[in-house]
Write a protein that binds this ligand. Sequence first.
Ligand code: ASP
Ligand code: MG
Length: 408
Amino acid sequence: MALIVQKYGGTSVGSPERIKNVARRVARWRADGHQVVVVVSAMSGETNRLIALAKEIQAQPDPRELDVMVSTGEQVTIALLSMALLDSGLKARSYTGGQVRILTDSAFTKARILSIDEQRMRADLDAGYVVVVAGFQGVDEAGNITTLGRGGSDTTGVALAAALKADECQIYTDVDGVYTTDPRIVPEARRLKTVTFEEMLEMASLGSKVLQIRSVEFAGKYRVKLRVLSSFEDHGDGTLITFEEDEKMEQAIISGIAFSRDEAKITVLGVPDRPGIAYQILGPVGDANVDVDMIVQNVGHDGSTDFSFTVHRNDYVKTLDVLKNVATHIKAREVQGGDKIAKVSIVGVGMRSHAGIASTAFRTLAEEGINIQMISTSEIKISVVIDEKYMELAVRVLHKAFGLDQPA
Ligand code: ASP
Ligand code: MG
Protein backbone atom coordinates (compact mmCIF):
# COMPACT_ATOMS: atom_id res chain seq x y z
CA MET A 1 0.00 0.00 0.00
CA ALA A 2 1.32 3.38 -0.97
CA LEU A 3 0.24 6.93 -0.22
CA ILE A 4 -0.15 8.81 -3.48
CA VAL A 5 -0.88 12.50 -4.06
CA GLN A 6 -2.45 13.12 -7.46
CA LYS A 7 -2.87 16.58 -8.92
CA TYR A 8 -5.22 17.20 -11.84
CA GLY A 9 -4.96 20.41 -13.87
CA GLY A 10 -7.72 22.53 -15.36
CA THR A 11 -8.15 20.64 -18.62
CA SER A 12 -8.29 17.32 -16.75
CA VAL A 13 -11.30 18.57 -14.77
CA GLY A 14 -12.65 20.79 -17.56
CA SER A 15 -16.11 19.20 -17.84
CA PRO A 16 -18.42 16.95 -15.79
CA GLU A 17 -17.42 14.04 -18.03
CA ARG A 18 -13.74 14.65 -17.36
CA ILE A 19 -14.34 14.95 -13.62
CA LYS A 20 -16.07 11.56 -13.71
CA ASN A 21 -13.07 10.26 -15.57
CA VAL A 22 -10.76 11.49 -12.81
CA ALA A 23 -13.01 9.74 -10.28
CA ARG A 24 -12.64 6.48 -12.23
CA ARG A 25 -8.86 6.81 -12.19
CA VAL A 26 -8.81 7.51 -8.46
CA ALA A 27 -11.13 4.52 -7.91
CA ARG A 28 -8.61 2.25 -9.66
CA TRP A 29 -5.81 3.41 -7.34
CA ARG A 30 -8.05 2.80 -4.36
CA ALA A 31 -8.99 -0.64 -5.68
CA ASP A 32 -5.27 -1.45 -5.86
CA GLY A 33 -5.12 -0.71 -2.15
CA HIS A 34 -3.48 2.73 -2.19
CA GLN A 35 -4.36 5.79 -0.14
CA VAL A 36 -5.05 8.78 -2.34
CA VAL A 37 -5.05 12.53 -1.81
CA VAL A 38 -6.28 14.45 -4.84
CA VAL A 39 -5.45 18.10 -5.53
CA VAL A 40 -7.44 19.84 -8.23
CA SER A 41 -7.26 23.06 -10.21
CA ALA A 42 -10.22 25.14 -11.26
CA MET A 43 -12.01 23.94 -14.40
CA SER A 44 -10.10 25.14 -17.47
CA GLY A 45 -10.68 28.81 -18.25
CA GLU A 46 -12.34 29.48 -14.92
CA THR A 47 -9.48 31.35 -13.24
CA ASN A 48 -9.10 33.58 -16.30
CA ARG A 49 -12.83 34.19 -16.35
CA LEU A 50 -12.85 35.22 -12.69
CA ILE A 51 -9.88 37.57 -13.10
CA ALA A 52 -11.53 39.21 -16.12
CA LEU A 53 -14.74 39.65 -14.15
CA ALA A 54 -12.87 41.32 -11.29
CA LYS A 55 -11.25 43.72 -13.74
CA GLU A 56 -14.65 44.83 -14.96
CA ILE A 57 -15.24 46.19 -11.47
CA GLN A 58 -11.77 47.38 -10.56
CA ALA A 59 -9.04 47.92 -13.16
CA GLN A 60 -6.37 46.83 -10.70
CA PRO A 61 -8.31 44.45 -8.46
CA ASP A 62 -7.55 44.65 -4.77
CA PRO A 63 -5.25 41.66 -4.15
CA ARG A 64 -7.01 40.44 -1.02
CA GLU A 65 -10.42 40.52 -2.67
CA LEU A 66 -9.05 38.97 -5.85
CA ASP A 67 -7.85 35.99 -3.82
CA VAL A 68 -11.23 35.64 -2.13
CA MET A 69 -12.69 35.47 -5.60
CA VAL A 70 -10.30 33.33 -7.67
CA SER A 71 -10.04 30.72 -4.93
CA THR A 72 -13.69 29.85 -5.63
CA GLY A 73 -12.69 28.17 -8.90
CA GLU A 74 -10.95 25.36 -7.05
CA GLN A 75 -13.67 25.20 -4.41
CA VAL A 76 -16.16 24.25 -7.12
CA THR A 77 -13.98 21.45 -8.47
CA ILE A 78 -13.25 19.81 -5.11
CA ALA A 79 -16.97 19.50 -4.43
CA LEU A 80 -17.75 18.17 -7.91
CA LEU A 81 -14.96 15.62 -7.75
CA SER A 82 -16.01 14.48 -4.29
CA MET A 83 -19.57 14.00 -5.56
CA ALA A 84 -18.26 11.94 -8.46
CA LEU A 85 -16.20 9.82 -6.06
CA LEU A 86 -19.16 9.33 -3.72
CA ASP A 87 -21.27 8.38 -6.70
CA SER A 88 -18.83 5.66 -7.64
CA GLY A 89 -19.15 4.19 -4.15
CA LEU A 90 -15.98 5.60 -2.58
CA LYS A 91 -15.70 7.51 0.68
CA ALA A 92 -14.51 11.01 -0.13
CA ARG A 93 -14.20 14.40 1.51
CA SER A 94 -13.23 17.78 0.12
CA TYR A 95 -11.29 20.54 1.85
CA THR A 96 -10.37 24.08 0.90
CA GLY A 97 -6.80 25.16 1.59
CA GLY A 98 -7.94 26.97 4.72
CA GLN A 99 -9.82 23.92 6.02
CA VAL A 100 -6.73 21.73 5.75
CA ARG A 101 -4.82 24.60 7.11
CA ILE A 102 -2.31 25.25 4.45
CA LEU A 103 -0.72 28.20 6.19
CA THR A 104 0.87 30.81 3.93
CA ASP A 105 2.37 34.27 4.27
CA SER A 106 0.11 37.21 3.46
CA ALA A 107 1.45 38.04 0.00
CA PHE A 108 -1.92 37.97 -1.76
CA THR A 109 -1.89 36.53 -5.30
CA LYS A 110 1.63 35.12 -4.82
CA ALA A 111 1.68 33.69 -1.32
CA ARG A 112 4.23 31.15 -0.13
CA ILE A 113 3.36 28.09 1.90
CA LEU A 114 4.75 28.19 5.45
CA SER A 115 3.34 24.99 6.90
CA ILE A 116 0.69 22.34 6.39
CA ASP A 117 -1.33 20.62 9.07
CA GLU A 118 -1.61 17.05 7.85
CA GLN A 119 -3.53 15.64 10.87
CA ARG A 120 -7.01 15.84 9.43
CA MET A 121 -6.00 14.40 6.06
CA ARG A 122 -4.13 11.59 7.78
CA ALA A 123 -7.15 10.68 9.94
CA ASP A 124 -9.41 10.64 6.88
CA LEU A 125 -6.99 8.50 4.90
CA ASP A 126 -6.76 6.03 7.75
CA ALA A 127 -10.56 5.90 7.87
CA GLY A 128 -10.63 4.96 4.19
CA TYR A 129 -11.49 8.32 2.65
CA VAL A 130 -10.15 9.82 -0.53
CA VAL A 131 -9.11 13.34 0.49
CA VAL A 132 -9.78 16.02 -2.12
CA VAL A 133 -7.97 19.34 -1.61
CA ALA A 134 -8.33 22.63 -3.47
CA GLY A 135 -5.08 23.58 -5.18
CA PHE A 136 -3.61 27.06 -5.49
CA GLN A 137 -4.94 28.39 -2.16
CA GLY A 138 -4.15 28.71 1.50
CA VAL A 139 -4.85 30.89 4.47
CA ASP A 140 -2.63 33.35 6.31
CA GLU A 141 -2.13 33.67 10.05
CA ALA A 142 -5.08 36.07 10.31
CA GLY A 143 -7.41 33.73 8.43
CA ASN A 144 -7.37 35.62 5.11
CA ILE A 145 -7.67 33.50 1.96
CA THR A 146 -4.50 33.60 -0.13
CA THR A 147 -3.48 32.16 -3.51
CA LEU A 148 -0.10 30.87 -4.64
CA GLY A 149 0.33 32.43 -8.08
CA ARG A 150 -0.79 31.16 -11.47
CA GLY A 151 -0.23 27.45 -11.86
CA GLY A 152 -0.01 27.17 -8.07
CA SER A 153 -1.93 23.91 -7.80
CA ASP A 154 1.24 22.06 -8.78
CA THR A 155 2.89 23.53 -5.72
CA THR A 156 -0.04 22.53 -3.52
CA GLY A 157 0.30 18.96 -4.79
CA VAL A 158 4.01 18.78 -4.10
CA ALA A 159 3.68 20.50 -0.72
CA LEU A 160 0.99 18.06 0.43
CA ALA A 161 3.12 15.15 -0.75
CA ALA A 162 6.03 16.54 1.27
CA ALA A 163 3.90 17.09 4.38
CA LEU A 164 2.36 13.61 4.20
CA LYS A 165 5.66 11.98 3.20
CA ALA A 166 3.78 10.48 0.26
CA ASP A 167 5.39 7.77 -1.82
CA GLU A 168 4.81 9.71 -5.01
CA CYS A 169 3.31 12.94 -6.29
CA GLN A 170 1.65 12.46 -9.67
CA ILE A 171 0.89 15.52 -11.76
CA TYR A 172 -1.80 14.65 -14.32
CA THR A 173 -1.94 17.03 -17.21
CA ASP A 174 -2.81 17.28 -20.91
CA VAL A 175 0.60 16.08 -22.07
CA ASP A 176 1.97 12.63 -21.30
CA GLY A 177 5.26 13.81 -19.86
CA VAL A 178 8.24 16.07 -20.38
CA TYR A 179 9.63 16.10 -23.92
CA THR A 180 13.09 16.63 -25.39
CA THR A 181 11.60 19.76 -26.94
CA ASP A 182 8.21 21.08 -28.03
CA PRO A 183 6.73 18.45 -30.39
CA ARG A 184 4.89 21.23 -32.23
CA ILE A 185 8.26 22.43 -33.47
CA VAL A 186 10.07 19.11 -33.72
CA PRO A 187 7.68 16.24 -34.47
CA GLU A 188 10.53 13.81 -33.69
CA ALA A 189 10.69 15.01 -30.07
CA ARG A 190 10.63 12.17 -27.56
CA ARG A 191 9.11 11.84 -24.13
CA LEU A 192 11.81 11.58 -21.46
CA LYS A 193 11.47 8.64 -19.09
CA THR A 194 13.41 10.57 -16.49
CA VAL A 195 14.77 14.06 -16.11
CA THR A 196 16.68 15.47 -13.16
CA PHE A 197 15.37 18.25 -10.96
CA GLU A 198 18.09 20.59 -12.11
CA GLU A 199 17.33 19.98 -15.77
CA MET A 200 13.64 20.43 -15.11
CA LEU A 201 14.28 23.75 -13.39
CA GLU A 202 16.33 24.96 -16.35
CA MET A 203 13.70 23.81 -18.81
CA ALA A 204 10.82 25.27 -16.82
CA SER A 205 12.55 28.62 -16.47
CA LEU A 206 13.22 28.54 -20.21
CA GLY A 207 9.61 28.31 -21.10
CA SER A 208 8.69 24.62 -21.01
CA LYS A 209 5.60 25.26 -18.95
CA VAL A 210 4.71 21.76 -17.85
CA LEU A 211 5.08 22.48 -14.14
CA GLN A 212 5.01 25.62 -12.06
CA ILE A 213 8.67 26.27 -11.39
CA ARG A 214 8.14 26.70 -7.67
CA SER A 215 6.70 23.19 -7.42
CA VAL A 216 9.90 21.77 -8.91
CA GLU A 217 12.03 23.71 -6.43
CA PHE A 218 9.83 22.46 -3.62
CA ALA A 219 10.07 18.86 -4.78
CA GLY A 220 13.85 19.14 -5.01
CA LYS A 221 14.13 20.63 -1.56
CA TYR A 222 11.90 18.07 0.17
CA ARG A 223 12.93 15.19 -2.07
CA VAL A 224 9.42 14.44 -3.25
CA LYS A 225 9.21 11.79 -5.94
CA LEU A 226 7.48 13.65 -8.73
CA ARG A 227 5.96 12.28 -11.93
CA VAL A 228 4.22 14.01 -14.83
CA LEU A 229 1.54 11.95 -16.59
CA SER A 230 -1.34 12.33 -19.00
CA SER A 231 -4.84 12.32 -17.57
CA PHE A 232 -6.19 11.24 -20.94
CA GLU A 233 -4.25 8.01 -21.26
CA ASP A 234 -4.62 4.97 -19.12
CA HIS A 235 -1.19 3.55 -19.68
CA GLY A 236 2.19 5.14 -19.71
CA ASP A 237 4.69 6.01 -17.04
CA GLY A 238 4.98 9.68 -17.92
CA THR A 239 8.22 11.34 -16.89
CA LEU A 240 9.81 10.79 -13.51
CA ILE A 241 11.76 13.69 -12.09
CA THR A 242 14.82 12.26 -10.39
CA PHE A 243 17.80 13.15 -8.31
CA GLU A 244 21.01 12.98 -10.23
CA GLU A 245 22.71 10.57 -7.88
CA ASP A 246 19.93 8.04 -8.50
CA GLU A 247 20.55 8.12 -12.21
CA LYS A 248 21.79 5.15 -14.17
CA MET A 249 25.09 5.15 -16.00
CA GLU A 250 23.85 5.46 -19.53
CA GLN A 251 22.17 8.81 -19.13
CA ALA A 252 21.88 10.85 -22.31
CA ILE A 253 24.37 13.71 -22.25
CA ILE A 254 21.77 16.22 -23.38
CA SER A 255 18.19 15.95 -22.16
CA GLY A 256 16.48 18.66 -24.11
CA ILE A 257 16.44 21.81 -26.19
CA ALA A 258 14.47 24.62 -24.57
CA PHE A 259 13.63 27.97 -26.09
CA SER A 260 11.96 31.23 -25.35
CA ARG A 261 10.67 34.01 -27.54
CA ASP A 262 10.04 36.34 -24.64
CA GLU A 263 13.39 38.07 -24.86
CA ALA A 264 14.75 41.45 -25.79
CA LYS A 265 18.34 42.62 -26.03
CA ILE A 266 19.81 45.96 -25.10
CA THR A 267 23.33 47.20 -25.83
CA VAL A 268 24.92 50.28 -24.33
CA LEU A 269 27.70 51.31 -26.71
CA GLY A 270 30.82 53.27 -25.88
CA VAL A 271 30.63 52.93 -22.13
CA PRO A 272 33.64 54.17 -20.16
CA ASP A 273 35.59 51.06 -19.13
CA ARG A 274 36.00 51.62 -15.41
CA PRO A 275 34.95 50.08 -12.09
CA GLY A 276 31.31 50.60 -11.16
CA ILE A 277 29.92 50.81 -14.67
CA ALA A 278 27.99 47.52 -14.57
CA TYR A 279 26.38 48.67 -11.36
CA GLN A 280 25.59 52.11 -12.77
CA ILE A 281 23.81 50.51 -15.72
CA LEU A 282 22.08 47.57 -14.07
CA GLY A 283 21.34 49.18 -10.69
CA PRO A 284 18.59 51.44 -12.07
CA VAL A 285 17.26 48.57 -14.21
CA GLY A 286 16.92 46.42 -11.09
CA ASP A 287 15.34 49.33 -9.20
CA ALA A 288 12.69 49.45 -11.94
CA ASN A 289 11.91 45.79 -11.06
CA VAL A 290 13.26 44.43 -14.30
CA ASP A 291 15.02 41.06 -14.20
CA VAL A 292 18.16 40.86 -16.25
CA ASP A 293 19.09 37.52 -17.76
CA MET A 294 22.21 37.28 -19.93
CA ILE A 295 24.95 39.87 -19.59
CA VAL A 296 27.92 40.38 -21.90
CA GLN A 297 30.63 42.99 -21.60
CA ASN A 298 33.22 43.19 -24.32
CA VAL A 299 36.93 43.76 -23.81
CA GLY A 300 37.55 47.43 -23.72
CA HIS A 301 39.63 49.43 -26.17
CA ASP A 302 40.36 53.19 -26.12
CA GLY A 303 39.09 53.18 -22.55
CA SER A 304 35.57 52.29 -23.62
CA THR A 305 33.52 49.13 -24.03
CA ASP A 306 30.08 47.82 -25.09
CA PHE A 307 27.70 46.37 -22.54
CA SER A 308 24.79 44.10 -23.59
CA PHE A 309 22.10 42.28 -21.66
CA THR A 310 18.70 40.67 -22.16
CA VAL A 311 15.40 41.29 -20.39
CA HIS A 312 11.88 39.93 -20.72
CA ARG A 313 10.23 41.33 -23.82
CA ASN A 314 7.48 42.92 -21.72
CA ASP A 315 10.12 44.99 -19.96
CA TYR A 316 11.89 46.12 -23.12
CA VAL A 317 10.39 49.59 -23.52
CA LYS A 318 10.57 50.29 -19.81
CA THR A 319 14.25 49.32 -19.73
CA LEU A 320 15.10 51.55 -22.72
CA ASP A 321 13.41 54.41 -20.90
CA VAL A 322 15.43 53.83 -17.75
CA LEU A 323 18.64 53.67 -19.76
CA LYS A 324 18.09 56.95 -21.57
CA ASN A 325 18.88 58.83 -18.37
CA VAL A 326 21.63 56.46 -17.34
CA ALA A 327 23.41 56.73 -20.69
CA THR A 328 23.63 60.50 -20.48
CA HIS A 329 24.80 60.28 -16.90
CA ILE A 330 27.64 57.82 -17.57
CA LYS A 331 28.46 59.43 -20.94
CA ALA A 332 27.81 56.34 -23.03
CA ARG A 333 27.79 56.86 -26.79
CA GLU A 334 24.51 55.19 -27.64
CA VAL A 335 21.84 52.73 -26.49
CA GLN A 336 20.62 50.17 -29.01
CA GLY A 337 18.17 47.35 -28.67
CA GLY A 338 15.94 44.87 -30.36
CA ASP A 339 13.10 42.62 -29.39
CA LYS A 340 13.19 40.32 -32.40
CA ILE A 341 15.43 37.82 -30.71
CA ALA A 342 14.99 34.41 -29.17
CA LYS A 343 16.93 32.30 -26.72
CA VAL A 344 17.67 28.66 -27.43
CA SER A 345 19.25 26.44 -24.78
CA ILE A 346 20.77 23.01 -24.64
CA VAL A 347 20.17 21.41 -21.26
CA GLY A 348 21.77 18.30 -19.78
CA VAL A 349 23.55 17.24 -16.61
CA GLY A 350 25.83 15.12 -18.82
CA MET A 351 27.60 18.33 -19.84
CA ARG A 352 29.42 18.26 -16.54
CA SER A 353 31.43 15.26 -17.63
CA HIS A 354 31.58 15.72 -21.39
CA ALA A 355 33.67 18.20 -23.34
CA GLY A 356 32.82 19.47 -26.80
CA ILE A 357 29.10 20.13 -26.32
CA ALA A 358 29.48 23.85 -26.95
CA SER A 359 31.57 23.37 -30.08
CA THR A 360 29.05 20.89 -31.49
CA ALA A 361 26.28 23.39 -30.86
CA PHE A 362 28.14 26.30 -32.42
CA ARG A 363 29.19 24.28 -35.46
CA THR A 364 25.61 23.10 -35.98
CA LEU A 365 24.30 26.66 -35.94
CA ALA A 366 27.13 27.89 -38.19
CA GLU A 367 26.32 25.24 -40.79
CA GLU A 368 22.85 26.72 -41.04
CA GLY A 369 24.20 30.24 -41.27
CA ILE A 370 22.61 31.21 -37.96
CA ASN A 371 24.42 34.08 -36.29
CA ILE A 372 24.89 33.86 -32.53
CA GLN A 373 24.44 37.24 -30.87
CA MET A 374 25.09 36.26 -27.27
CA ILE A 375 26.17 33.15 -25.40
CA SER A 376 25.83 32.19 -21.78
CA THR A 377 26.55 28.94 -20.02
CA SER A 378 26.03 27.22 -16.72
CA GLU A 379 27.25 23.82 -15.60
CA ILE A 380 24.31 22.09 -17.26
CA LYS A 381 23.15 24.58 -19.91
CA ILE A 382 24.38 26.46 -22.96
CA SER A 383 22.15 29.29 -24.14
CA VAL A 384 22.45 31.37 -27.29
CA VAL A 385 20.58 34.45 -28.37
CA ILE A 386 19.73 34.46 -32.06
CA ASP A 387 17.44 36.26 -34.47
CA GLU A 388 13.87 35.25 -33.71
CA LYS A 389 13.22 34.14 -37.27
CA TYR A 390 15.77 31.32 -36.97
CA MET A 391 14.51 30.00 -33.68
CA GLU A 392 12.57 26.99 -34.95
CA LEU A 393 15.35 26.05 -37.35
CA ALA A 394 17.90 26.26 -34.54
CA VAL A 395 15.80 24.06 -32.26
CA ARG A 396 15.36 21.46 -35.01
CA VAL A 397 19.02 21.22 -36.01
CA LEU A 398 20.26 21.13 -32.42
CA HIS A 399 17.71 18.50 -31.51
CA LYS A 400 19.03 16.35 -34.33
CA ALA A 401 22.71 17.12 -33.73
CA PHE A 402 22.49 15.92 -30.14
CA GLY A 403 20.79 12.68 -31.13
CA LEU A 404 17.46 13.53 -29.57
CA ASP A 405 15.32 12.75 -32.63
CA GLN A 406 13.11 9.73 -32.26
CA PRO A 407 14.44 6.76 -34.19
CA ALA A 408 12.43 6.60 -37.44
N1 ASP B 1 -6.40 27.73 -11.24
C1 ASP B 1 -5.11 28.35 -11.05
C2 ASP B 1 -4.59 28.90 -12.36
O1 ASP B 1 -5.25 28.81 -13.38
C3 ASP B 1 -4.13 27.44 -10.42
C4 ASP B 1 -3.77 26.21 -11.21
O2 ASP B 1 -4.50 25.81 -12.11
O3 ASP B 1 -2.72 25.62 -10.93
O4 ASP B 1 -3.54 29.47 -12.41
MG1 MG C 1 -0.84 24.11 -14.70
